[in-house]
Design a protein around this ligand. Structure first.
Ligand code: XCC
Length: 663
């Protein structure tokens, strides 16, 4: 939570809307967090409720539960179950994407097609699907079936593991944590942590890592690839974010949740000329589609659909009184949306059989009739426009460039014919880039909204660390302007040079939460490119989830750790009740698999430790010590000076004595 005298968010539109909500007596997550303190027993992983002899609270003089389970066992079980829940959410999302691809390839979902045929071939190779002399749709069908088989696979290893550097694969095999099948690993954690089963923290947590890896290198990675196949692999595009993107005179429809299968169809429906005409017949100028959370990231990455906010903005967006209809599917949807929407004309529509909310209107989505259902929902929103009353829309709007798929990063750095991570590796080797970081994850009302994302990202780029972002973190920093090319001015001299040369922002938006797997792919390719060791664990890289709150974030963090990355989470440790477990997920995991997980609530300390780690990795690789004074003299400075001189009416000959020297 924000400290006394501090605003609860660094986003002015959130602060503004929170005041409006409070004036109108509308309760939000911010108010509930103030009124309810987090339970310290649950928070620290001290509570075991895996059987009905308890719940046992292992605090004070109680070092064992009724069955004899120790603090270590209970803390480890709780963490492992968080991983399993997070992995199951991502992976079930991945399964739904595969089912949609299958339906599209079989001609049963006529509103979907293959938009990236190259990606079909790439994924086919990874999934051992033959491609020679076959039609794209035929291959796509086999790809979907092979992907689905990965969920139910019982033996061997999931096929995407081969995307990792060979050395990493060996680490997994040696540690016995190469995932066998996606569903199998999740189920096994639930079994393993049942009363009277695995009671050694060490083996529970190693199994937890295997489950997380089945998410990162399995369910989530398949989800990203299949989404690219169905809707196209992202390429950079300009877009706008924040609540100022809600329209005063158009029908506002907001998509919220995670699966692009729904939001992409809504996007088609709102652009239908018939729908636009219909909106006009109701007195609106048109239909304005915006998004919240990760489904917003999906449509932002591919079509530049504006985002109105991240996780903690969802209730406040409705308080503007300007939203005719909010359509949600799965994950990160607050139940509180229903009572807030009740106080306005906003219609809340749930669509997933897995996510019903009491008080919402349920229109079940079915990909076989996708566009028809999408139009039906959009029409409900348009019909609601005449019911709009007074509105209060904040003015804030920020600009960004989104759409950095790993394929595009490869192309941007190496060119179309020689797409390669060589220039990126060289930049790290020369010290122009000190290292690379992924800053990802949620908002959490227990910490000042968006603050840690912004602070950490700003500090990293200032220190010449290239940052890639996903999820609500990416939305946070987009709102602060860090994802615009102009933010290069905030970067250190080496990173700034690269941004100017390539024409990219210092912070790259790589997508939604499942797209964290794009970061794994980039790191794998960096490791195999050469010059930075042979494994992800050798690269000067750090992962952050400074404002995490969901179990999915824990699964993501653990698959990064399992892949060899030092990963720092905000907040106090959820296993704080056992110092042994706390040490094990840091030093123990680092010793065994090269990555470690630490919980560091203070963002300044988090940055300090991250830079220290990056420098340690640089030294271990024998790279030159990072020295920012060596860079910043090349790049586009001359061009900028020419433009300035031209604007000032100074002759612009390169031989002109008036052209100043670089600063
Ligand atoms: Fe949810 Fe994906 Fe977290 Fe945001 S970041 S609060 S999980 S929407 Ni993934």
């Amino acid at each position: 939570m924000a400290r006394r005298n501090e605003s609860p968010s660094i986003d002015p539109s959130v602060v503004e809307m929170l005041e409006v909500a409070r004036e109108r007596g509308i309760e939000t997550a911010f108010d509930r967090a103030e009124a309810m303190r987090p339970c310290p027993i649950g928070h620290d992983g001290a509570c075991c409720k895996n059987c009905s002899m308890g719940p046992c609270r292992l605090v004070g003089k109680h070092d064992r539960g009724i069955c004899g389970a120790t603090r270590e066992t209970v803390a480890a079980r709780n963490l492992a179950r968080m991983i399993a829940a997070g992995a199951s959410a991502h992976s079930d999302h991945g399964r739904d994407m595969a089912l949609t691809l299958l339906a599209a390839a079989e001609g049963e979902a006529p509103d979907y097609t293959v938009r990236d045929a190259n990606k079909v071939l790439e994924v086919a190779e990874l999934l051992d699907v033959p491609t020679e002399g076959r039609e794209t749709m035929e291959i796509a069908k086999d790809v979907a079936e092979a992907a689905l088989a990965q969920f139910g696979q019982q033996k061997g290893e999931i096929l995407y593991l081969k995307r990792a550097p060979r050395k990493r694969q060996e680490v997994w095999r040696r540690a016995g944590i190469a995932p066998r099948g996606i569903d199998r690993e999740v189920v096994e954690i639930m079994h393993r942590t049942h009363v009277g089963n695995d009671q050694w923290y060490d083996s529970i947590l190693m199994a937890g890592l295997r489950t997380a890896l089945s998410d990162g290198w399995g369910g989530s990675m398949l989800s990203t690839d299949i989404t690219d196949i169905l809707f196209g692999s992202p390429v950079p595009l300009r877009a706008k974010v924040n609540m100022g993107m809600l329209s005063e005179d158009e029908v506002n429809i907001v998509v919220h949740g995670h699966e692009p299968v729904l939001s992409e169809m809504i996007l088609v429906a709102v652009n239908d000329p018939e729908m636009i005409e219909y909106a006009k017949s109701k007195g609106a100028k048109g239909v304005n589609l915006t998004g919240i959370c990760c489904t917003a990231n999906e449509t932002l990455m591919r079509q530049g659909v504006p985002t109105v906010g991240n996780f903690l903005s969802q209730e406040l967006a409705i308080v503007t009184g300007a939203i005719e209809l909010m359509i949600v599917d799965i994950q990160c949807i607050m139940q509180a949306l229903a009572p807030v929407a009740d106080q306005f004309h906003t219609i809340l529509v749930t669509t997933s059989p897995k996510a019903h909310i009491e008080g919402a209107t349920h229109v079940e989505f079915d990909e076989h009739r996708a566009l028809e259902i999408a139009k039906e929902i959009v029409k409900m929103g348009i019909d609601n426009f005449p019911n709009r009353k007074e509105t209060h829309i904040p003015k804030e709007v920020s600009h960004l460039v989104a759409g950095f798929s790993h394929e595009y990063i490869n192309y941007a750095l190496g060119g179309f014919y020689r797409g390669s991570f060589r220039p990126l590796n060289d930049a790290v080797i020369q010290g122009r880039l000190r290292g690379v970081a992924g800053v990802v994850g949620c908002n959490n009302v227990r910490t000042r909204h968006d603050y840690s994302h912004e602070y950490i990202t700003r500090e990293l780029i200032k220190n010449d660390v290239l940052v890639v972002m996903t999820g609500c973190g990416a939305i946070a920093c987009s709102k602060s302007g860090l994802l615009s090319p102009e933010a290069a001015e905030l970067a250190g001299p080496g990173l700034r040079e690269i941004c100017e040369a390539v024409g990219m922002p210092p912070v790259l938006h790589v997508g939604s939460c499942v797209d964290n797997t794009r970061i794994l792919t980039v790191l794998s390719q960096m490791a195999t490119e050469g010059g930075l060791g042979e494994d992800i664990a050798d690269i000067p890289v750090v992962g952050f989830a400074p404002e995490w709150m969901s179990e999915k974030a824990i699964s993501i963090g653990c698959y990064f750790v399992g892949s060899g990355v030092y990963t720092i989470f905000g907040s106090e440790s959820p296993v704080a009740n056992s110092s042994i477990v706390d040490r094990f997920i840091s030093e123990g995991w680092e010793e065994r698999i090269g990555g470690k997980l630490e919980f560091i609530p203070d963002p300044e300390e988090a940055v300090r430790r991250a830079l220290e780690h990056i420098d340690k990795k640089r030294a271990a690789l024998g790279l030159v010590e990072y020295d920012p004074t060596l860079f910043g003299q090349s790049g586009d400075w001359l061009m900028r000076k020419f433009i300035e001189a031209m604007e000032a009416g100074i002759p612009v000959s390169p031989y002109s004595a008036k052209i100043p020297t670089p600063v």
